[in-house]
Design a protein around this ligand. Sequence first.
Ligand SMILES: C[S@@+](CC[C@H](N)C(=O)[O-])C[C@H]1O[C@@H](n2cnc3c(N)ncnc32)[C@H](O)[C@@H]1O
Length: 259
Amino acid sequence: MDVEQGHGVSELFKAQCHLYKHIYYFIESMSLKCALQLGIPDAIQKNNRPITLQQLVSALNIPESKADFLQRLMRILEHTGFFDTVKIHDNQEGVEEGYVLTPSSKLLLKDSPTSLSPAVLAMLDPVLMNPWFSLGEWIQGKERTPFETYHGMSFGEYEKRNLKFINNLNEGMASDSKLVSLVVKEHKEIFESVNSLVDVGGGTGTLARSLADAYPHLKCTVLDLPQVVANLPESENLKFAGGDMFKSIPSTDAIIIKV
Ligand SMILES: C[S@@+](CC[C@H](N)C(=O)[O-])C[C@H]1O[C@@H](n2cnc3c(N)ncnc32)[C@H](O)[C@@H]1O
């Protein structure tokens, strides 16, 4: 049956679902951020066994009147693979279920050495999210980045003026780099024939430091904005260079750019 412009009903609804899915994608990221702000992964971990909704409500000090909303939040997070539910026991009122962590939410535990929680919070910070609302304006305008269009200044300038932001961002990027370091260290062949490398925009040097430790022959330099690399501890084969990557990059065998 043709509804409009040759589309059948089922095709029309499929297209509508596709469209709506993309309208509401942000709910998944925002729910993830909310889970971290509330400390849900750590509360589940601390419970040592599947945690019921009621237990979660009290562990997080959430008003009873918001219990239903917490349940809805958990449903979204379960759907997106951050938590799972398991049956705890059957009683007269029915089956009681408890929430458990999944491999993805284990990466969000605050004290884990592989925690990516700072990266999630940094990337979903309004300072970085808001420029996305200026994408169209940026494409039509003259600024170099959407960040500049929205904030009225370059990323580097913003970083200079907002120490809290820069610290959170550095912490977030460092948490991500710790994970990458684990992988890179297992593939020694990548760096065997390289004597020097520059990590361009390397932040506070988490990745470069771990490479420098793993490969003593490798001379590592971290190039980042002067305010980011000021006063960071160097070692025999790890140096920091303050500068602008768009102006010059120290000469080297290899370059890493990890965003
Ligand atoms: C997304 S972070 C990535 C940090 C690091 N590579 C990591 O993965 O952990 C981008 C980095 O680029 C740096 N940066 C931004 N503009 C730069 C420029 N013009 N020259 C050098 N570094 C710059 C920022 O200070 C920040 O540390």
